[in-house]
Ligand binder design. Sequence first.
Ligand SMILES: Nc1ncnc2c1ncn2[C@@H]1O[C@H](COP(=O)(O)OP(=O)(O)OP(=O)(O)O)[C@@H](O)[C@H]1O
Length: 258
Amino acid sequence: MSRIRAEGLGVSLDGREVLSGVDLRVRDGGWLAVIGANGAGKSTLLKALAGVLPCTGEVLVGDMPLRRLPPRRRARLIAYAPQSPALPADMTVFDYALLGRTPYIPYLGRESRADREATASVLRRLGLEPFASRRLGRLSGGERQRVVLARALVQQAPVLLLDEPTTALDLGHQQQVLELVDRLRLADGLTVVTTLHDLSVAGQYAEEMALISRGRVAASGAPADVLTEELIDEHFGARVRVETGPGGRPGVHLERPR
Ligand SMILES: Nc1ncnc2c1ncn2[C@@H]1O[C@H](COP(=O)(O)OP(=O)(O)OP(=O)(O)O)[C@@H](O)[C@H]1O
């Protein structure tokens, strides 16, 4: 069964249709990478799946329409890490990550010891323990990005939506973050949807891909079906060479025009 799916999803912003007729489904425990050129509508799609943007059509989590779920219930099902959220500069890393526990903390209640332990455990797994008491305004771009991911993981929701989770990260941290997400997916059955600009990285981790072009799904399927030289030329205007790597996963290499 699909864990999350979109049916005829449409979004208009400032009177302009930014997404239209988007149908997608991600199986329980799957990983869908959403790719596409700048401005194609990837972030908008993730926001619509997270329920933070008004849209037409339907987003279903399991069999439940997202719009019918009250906010706390929704937050227990879907965790969303935006691309570059505004962070309160004076808040500590630990307190910010702890916000991920909000849907589990009773109204007017305080976080439990288990909430604090869950938060500490995620910080440890992301190598952020040494930063726990550091204020957000005093972090590098890559550290900030990992803290945003930490908050989403602390939420322990079965669906994880990550908008460009690795853009500010060095190669080692990119690998650390994506491997962690994949381990959680395999161990806990998380369902992952992520936008990724690096097509080779997307092809390494995703089980399925959706290529968005001008607000519509232009191609979808296994990485090898979507990452083709023709589709990349047509939708990114880029000349590339695609080579099949281990496990049949495609690697995308830029080719200099002659
Ligand atoms: N709040 C807004 N009001 C009006 N138009 C918007 C708004 N946010 C985004 N857009 C437009 O919607 C389109 C899709 O934007 P979106 O951020 O989803 O693209 P994207 O595929 O994530 O791009 P990128 O790769 O550059 O991050 C773009 O043309 C963008 O200019």
